[in-house]
Design a protein around this ligand. Structure first.
Ligand code: GAR
Length: 229
C-alpha cells in the first residue's frame, strides 16, 4: 500500500522538491506526498507543490490566539490525511509538547547542523564564528526539546577557508537533499524506528550510502548509529 507523507514547510521548499523527486524516482518507494501545509501564504514551496499536483494548505499561525490553538488546528489538518509520517521540511515553528507527543516516532525534521552542535537559528554563521572544520546537516526524530531528538542520519561537509554563511549553506543544503530521502526511505521501509527514545536499525544503513562523493564537495560522510545501538 502506498505510504503517505504530509510535509510542513515555511519557505523555499528545496527539501520538499528533493523528497518529491525521490518519491517519483522510487528512491523512496511506494510513497506519495499527500499534502503540503505551510504556515506562510507566501512560501515559494507552495508553488512547487501545486505544480506537482500536490494538495496544499496554508495555516497562518498568526490567525490563532495561541501556540496551542495553532498546533491543535495543525494536528487536525494533518490527521485528516492519515499520514504514515509527518515531515518537517524547513518548517520554522516551535511545536508544543502535546503536538510532538501525538506524533512521536512519526515526526521527523532536518536541521542544518551536525546536532547537537548549533541547535536553533543561524547555524552557518555560528559554525563559521566557532571556526569548526566540519559542518553539516542532521535528520532526526522530533522530541519535545527543540532540535534535540535522536539522529537518524547526518552528513558532514568541510568548511572552506573562504566560506561565508551563504556559501556554506549551499554546500550543506546539497547534503540535506541527499540525506533526507535516505532517512525517509529507511523509516518507511521499517528499517529504522524510534524506540524508548533511541533510534533502532533492523538492518545496517545501506553501505553504499555511507560515503557520498559529490562533485561540488570534497566529500560527504554519512554517519549513522550502528545497527541495534
Ligand atoms: C533547510 O536548510 C533546513 O535544514 C532548515 O531550513 C531550510 C529550509 O530550506 N530547517 C531548519 O532550520 C529547521 N530548524 P528549504 O525550504 O529549501 O527546504
Amino acid at each position: 500500500m502506498t505510504k503517505k507523507l504530509v510535509l510542513l514547510i515555511s519557505g523555499r521548499g528545496s527539501n520538499l522538491q528533493s523528497i518529491l523527486r525521490a518519491c517519483q524516482s522510487g528512491q523512496v518507494p511506494d510513497t506519495a506526498i499527500v499534502c503540503v501545509i505551510s504556515n506562510r501564504a507566501d512560501a515559494p514551496g507552495l508553488a512547487l507543490a501545486k505544480q506537482a499536483g500536490i494538495p496544499t494548505q496554508v495555516m497562518d499561525h498568526r490567525n490563532y490566539p495561541s501556540r496551542a490553538d495553532f498546533d491543535a488546528a495543525l494536528r487536525q489538518g494533518i490527521d485528516a490525511h492519515a499520514p504514515d509520517l509527518v515531515v518537517l521540511a524547513g518548517f520554522m515553528r516551535r511545536l508544543t509538547v502535546s503536538f510532538v507527543t501525538h506524533y512521536l516516532g512519526r515526526l521527523v525534521n532536518i536541521h542544518p547542523s551536525l546536532l547537537p552542535a548549533f541547535p536553533g537559528l543561524h547555524t552557518h554563521a555560528r559554525a563559521l564564528e566557532q571556526g569548526v572544520c566540519w559542518h553539516g546537516a542532521t535528520v532526526h526524530f522530533v522530541t519535545p526539546e527543540l532540535d534535540a531528538g535522536p539522529s537518524i542520519v547526518q552528513a558532514a561537509v568541510p568548511v572552506h577557508p573562504d566560506d561565508d554563511p551563504a556559501r556554506l549553506a549551499e554546500r550543506v543544503l546539497d547534503a540535506e537533499h541527499q540525506i533526507y530521502p535516505q532517512a525517509l526511505a529507511a523509516i518507511l521501509s521499517g528499517h529504522c524506528r524510534l524506540e524508548a527514545g533511541r533510534v533502532h536499525w533492523s538492518t545496517p544503513f545501506p553501505a553504499a550510502a555511507e560515503t557520498v562523493v559529490h562533485p561540488q564537495l570534497t566529500s560527504v560522510t554519512m554517519q549513522t548509529p550502528s545497527p541495534g545501538a
